[in-house]
Design a protein around this ligand. Sequence first.
Ligand code: NAD
Length: 347
Amino acid sequence: MTQPSQKALVPFVSVDQMMRLIHHIGIEDMLRGLADRIEADFRRWPLFDKTPRVASHSDVGVIELMPTSDGDVYGFKYVNGHPGNTKGGLQTVTAFGLLSDVATGYPVLFSEMTILTALRTAATSALVARVLAPASSRVMAMIGNGAQSEFQSLAMKAVVGIDEVRLFDTDPAATEKCAKNLEGHGLRIVRCKTAEDAIMGAQIITTCTADKQYATILTDNMVGAGVHINAIGGDCPGKTELAPAILSRADIFVEYPEQTRIEGEIQQMAADHPVTEFWEVLTGAATGRTDARQITLFDSVGFAIEDFSALCYVRDAIKGTDFFTPLDMLADPDDPRDLFGMVQRAG
Ligand code: NAD
């Protein structure tokens, strides 16, 4: 009987295996490693195929595909965003992804990406803050204490060197969960009753809330000179977090403008509102922070290259480990033209 040949088995990293991998590497080392991998790929940005993600919207959320390729390796992520999900005990964001070999089109990795998305989003935020936030940044306000919040906090500690995180969420239970989870990780944790309280003394302000509307998590008078804003939650048409007046005062840095103008905070601004592509700051083609009073804003929406980098990191990290399962997901008969024969013989 013709069996699928060994070469067609695809390494699959399950949720359980991803969690074991994180413990094996150590979460802060993994966040640093992901930030370095994303930085390396951002530095070769022009090499990649780029397209705004393909989104299917509904009244309650969005389901998206995020593809890219560097010419040798192709990757995509499936991801959803459903702000109402948590009320029913479900995650707002879930994801999985795949890498394949451009030369053959054969998949080389299949992986859970719900946890990996939280890690790569946090690593990207921290990479950007390492470059744009004031060099003296030690305190971060974390507004929105849901699924992403601990990852964001630990990445800012591991990559930027913050030592205090000031938590605020409209749901005190979320703040309590985040504070408890962060205990023992070497951060001073301050629970705050308002967003205004959370941003007191913070050099970095992260907004990471979920609501499918034009929300105003930060008003103009809340944002003082010299801060870095890491705006994570506004990542969909009709879903923003910042008052437009803040965008007018800030220098705005984005991943891929064609996607961010559809999904990011800047959907509230004119189509030609000036923005800087962050990869150009890394290569020296554009300037980042130029003075201490400047407000820098990372209008994060999440771009396919970050997922590609994260999947490549995992592909390399699982080599020589048992943190994956070989998956029989490709029909690959010994005689490539005898697909039907293989099916028939299986009977
Ligand atoms: P989540 O639902 O787990 O947490 C969101 C939290 O925000 C909740 O605890 C909620 O109570 C709180 N919140 C809602 N409105 C608030 C307000 N006005 N003030 C303070 N807190 C408020 O969601 P999550 O998985 O943590 O994701 C957060 C957001 O980040 C989502 O909108 C998601 O789409 C987005 N996201 C962006 C990226 C990216 O790359 N930019 C990646 C992942 C997730």
